[in-house]
Design a protein around this ligand. Structure first.
Ligand SMILES: CC(C)(COP(=O)(O)OP(=O)(O)OC[C@H]1O[C@@H](n2cnc3c(N)ncnc32)[C@H](O)[C@@H]1OP(=O)(O)O)[C@@H](O)C(=O)NCCC(=O)NCCS
Length: 161
């Protein structure tokens, strides 16, 4: 995990779990799963999860193993494990255009879309519902990330977590 390796003990101590993908003895990728609260760095928001829900985050494929289905395997394995454990709902944050089919096939559906910009140390976050999203699901997502309106402007925050 290179520069992030120092963060691992804190993550494990707060109950987050890491799932690794291996080829033989070589670790080729990983992803994290949290069931309480977690920082979503991409949108500078904290997600707070009710009981029975979890957040999949920091999925990384080591550079020389990319584009071979490792991310797909990690996401699918985490979803399978969560299902076995009886978790009712998983959340994931994805970048536009990366792994859409993988997410969809793993059972994820788009709920909220974010666009962001940093100007003068302010963080502008534009939030909109995904096309055709179920209103109850949308309300749950907004509650989980505590975002009510279509725009928030705050001081930009960076967290190492
Ligand atoms: C994004 C990342 C996890 C993809 O891992 P990977 O093992 O190469 O992905 P896979 O081979 O399993 O492919 C999964 C999907 O991602 C797509 N994909 C992979 N790398 C991509 C790239 N650089 N640009 C666009 N799409 C990409 C694949 O086409 C595939 O798409 P599909 O689901 O629509 O079929 C990897 O490039 C990575 O670790 N990047 C740095 C960390 C990061 O950006 N993580 C984002 C999620 S937190």
């Amino acid at each position: 995990m290179e520069a992030e390796s120092g963060l691992v003990p804190g993550r494990l101590a707060r109950g987050s779990r890491c799932f690794g993908a291996w080829v033989g003895h070589e670790l080729v990728g990983y992803g994290w799963l949290s069931t309480k609260s977690e920082w979503i760095g991409e949108v500078e928001l904290e997600i707070r999860l009710p009981a029975g829900e979890a957040y999949v985050w920091n999925c990384v494929t080591l550079a020389r193993h990319r584009r071979k289905g490792v991310f797909r395997s990690v996401v699918t394995a985490i979803v399978g494990q969560a299902h076995k454990e009886g978790l009712a709902r998983l959340w994931i944050a994805s970048l536009e255009g990366v792994g859409g089919k993988t997410m969809q096939q793993a059972g994820f559906q788009p709920v909220l879309r974010f666009n962001s910009a940093k100007r003068l140390r302010l963080y502008w976050l534009m939030v909109s519902p995904a096309d055709g999203v179920d209103p109850d699901l949308l309300a749950s997502a907004r509650e989980a990330v505590a975002v009510k309106g279509a725009l928030s402007v705050r001081r930009s925050v960076t967290r190492r977590h």
